[in-house]
Design a protein around this ligand. Structure first.
Ligand SMILES: [Zn+2]
Length: 240
């Protein structure tokens, strides 16, 4: 969105302008924000320490993902989230516990450098190692165009989570597709999956929405805290 620039009107443009002080302040503020974004701010926590029963399966820290290797920026398999998102997830987990269910997370905070790694991978059409498991029905050239890979991710803002439901013993509930299966079958409303899988997706979505998260129509596993504390900051500190 653009805002109209009214400053270049009349003689004001040539005059020494006290609004340049404002420009300087803005530059300083943005500079501070960029530096800030390299370090984990105190508002971030390890979700495993906050969310009861949380099962951690950080796919991009290992090789079981669509790229087939650890992704840039994931030095440890930790689920880092803003305190607000972790607290909301903890409340949802406490509500699910009496039903014998826990959350299992696949991705949490994602550094900007990891997103850049995905983009580089998407442009390397020769690398299709993960195709059979993650995108058997779609040409790799279309992953970018059809929105499966994007040059920016809400995960970098720290309040977005990819997750599923599991029984307390660790067995994942059937959600109709696996995590990161690039297909319309992963759309939340897809009708080709079983009735049980649809019901399981609904339990997950209802639980998350009940605690302030918004679902995403094209990925049953992806949720963002609606009132996220950093709606415009994309962080790039590594996960470690
Ligand atoms: Zn996601």
């Amino acid at each position: 969105m653009r805002t109209r620039d009214r400053r270049r009107s009349g003689s004001n443009f040539a005059r020494p302008d006290i609004r340049c002080w404002l420009c300087a302040a803005l530059v300083a503020a943005f500079g501070a924000q960029a530096a800030f974004a390299q370090q984990p701010p105190v508002a971030f926590v390890d979700a495993a320490a906050v969310v009861p029963g949380l099962v951690i399966d950080m796919r991009y820290a290992g090789s079981h993902n669509f790229v087939g290797r650890p992704i840039d920026g994931y030095q440890k398999p930790r689920c880092l989230l803003t305190r607000a998102a972790a607290d909301a997830l903890a409340a949802a987990a406490r509500e699910l516990a009496p039903r014998g269910l826990v959350f299992k997370v696949f991705d949490c905070y994602r550094p900007v450098r990891a997103v850049a790694d995905f983009v580089r991978w998407a442009h390397n059409l020769a690398d299709v190692a993960g195709k059979a498991e993650f995108y058997p029905d779609i040409d790799k050239r279309l992953l970018f165009r059809e929105g499966y890979i994007a040059s920016r991710s809400g995960h970098s803002r720290g309040s977005t989570i990819d997750l599923t439901l599991a029984e307390t013993e660790g067995r994942e509930l059937d959600m109709g597709t696996a995590f990161d299966f690039f297909s319309p079958r992963s759309w939340t409303s897809d009708k080709s999956i079983s009735r049980q899988a649809s019901a399981n997706r609904a339990v997950l979505a209802t639980s998350m929405r009940g605690h302030g998260f918004q679902s995403y129509a094209k990925e049953w596993w992806h949720f963002t805290l609606a009132r996220e504390p950093f709606p415009a900051t994309y962080f790039d500190f590594p996960v470690r």
